[in-house]
Design a protein around this ligand. Structure first.
Ligand SMILES: NC(=O)c1ccc[n+]([C@@H]2O[C@H](COP(=O)([O-])OP(=O)(O)OC[C@H]3O[C@@H](n4cnc5c(N)ncnc54)[C@H](OP(=O)(O)O)[C@@H]3O)[C@@H](O)[C@H]2O)c1
Length: 249
């Protein structure tokens, strides 16, 4: 499809399904080698078998700091650096606060926010190094949500809090890393068809009205990521909110 990312190694977290799988496919289609990280090894291996040498399957839990750092350092050593990080792994447990399970709140904070911090922390030295290479720029993209811009409604309480946190962290990193030519971007999807929204959870976004319109295919979010990371080195697209056309809120 293109070779704009030829010679670039990317790490994509949560690559075993939904948006992360689509981002992996799209980055490979544009020439990148992708280290696809998630817990479900069988899913990653199926993807790697389909896409060939351009995908390296890495079984890891993003909440395990040592595993993530080890994986990132190994990818950088084996593939001559890391030029793109996509923080995509996420978890949504929608429940009214009065009924909520505190362990679920904690899990959302750990997967959606703390793991983004830990993965970014591990990858940043490699991104800074890659920005001095032939592409002249490196990219850190996080998949946030409309819920990272505004609280979309009841039952999105802690999910929205984690995504707002990702937004604040991204903006702070953007300011710090601008001079180092590391672009920091945020993609904010509306409702996308994935395991997260078709899980049948009582308060999941699909139950709040996705049936009223057509949810996005994960490939639409992958398009946005590819657009961000394939701009010329002097152009930084920092934020993209992508909704289904008919989604009003
Ligand atoms: N779907 C939507 O409508 C929507 C809207 C806005 C934003 N988002 C965001 O988009 C991102 C991707 O979600 P999705 O919709 O594609 O849902 P999904 O199909 O459920 O994918 C979630 C991915 O995260 C991975 N993951 C979860 N916990 C993990 C952990 N502890 N360690 C490693 N990987 C973990 C899962 O892999 P394993 O289970 O194999 O580990 C899976 O690959 C999330 O950040 C989500 O918040 C989604």
């Amino acid at each position: 499809m293109g070779d704009r990312l030829q010679g670039t190694t990317a790490v994509v977290t949560g690559a075993s399904s939904g948006i992360g799988e689509a981002v992996t496919r799209a980055l490979v289609a544009h020439g990148a080698t992708v280290a696809a990280l998630a817990r479900r090894r069988d899913r990653l291996e199926t993807l790697a078998a389909e896409l060939g040498d351009a995908v390296v399957a890495i079984e890891a839990d993003v909440t395990d700091d040592d595993a993530v750092r080890g994986a990132i350092d190994r990818v950088a050593a084996d593939h001559g650096g890391i030029g793109v990080l996509v923080n995509n792994a996420g978890y949504g447990a929608w429940s009214p606060a009065l009924d909520a399970d505190l362990a679920e709140w904690r899990r959302m904070v750990e997967v959606n926010l703390t793991a983004v911090l830990a993965t970014s922390h591990a990858a940043l030295p490699h991104l800074v190094e890659a920005a001095t290479g032939p592409r002249g720029v490196a990219d850190l993209v996080s998949i946030s949500s409309i819920a990272g811009r505004k609280v979309p409604g009841p039952a999105s309480n802690v999910y929205a809090a984690t995504k707002h946190g990702v937004g604040a962290f991204s903006e702070a990193l953007r300011v710090e890393l601008a001079e180092r030519h590391v672009r920091v971007g945020l993609v904010e999807p509306g409702i996308v068809t994935s395991e997260m929204t078709t899980s049948g959870a009582e308060f999941a976004p699909d139950a709040r009205g996705a049936s009223e319109y057509r949810a996005l295919d994960p490939a639409a979010i992958a398009d946005a990521v590819v657009y961000m990371v394939s701009r010329p080195r002097g152009v930084a697209v920092h934020e993209m909110l992508v909704r289904p056309t008919e989604q009003e809120r």
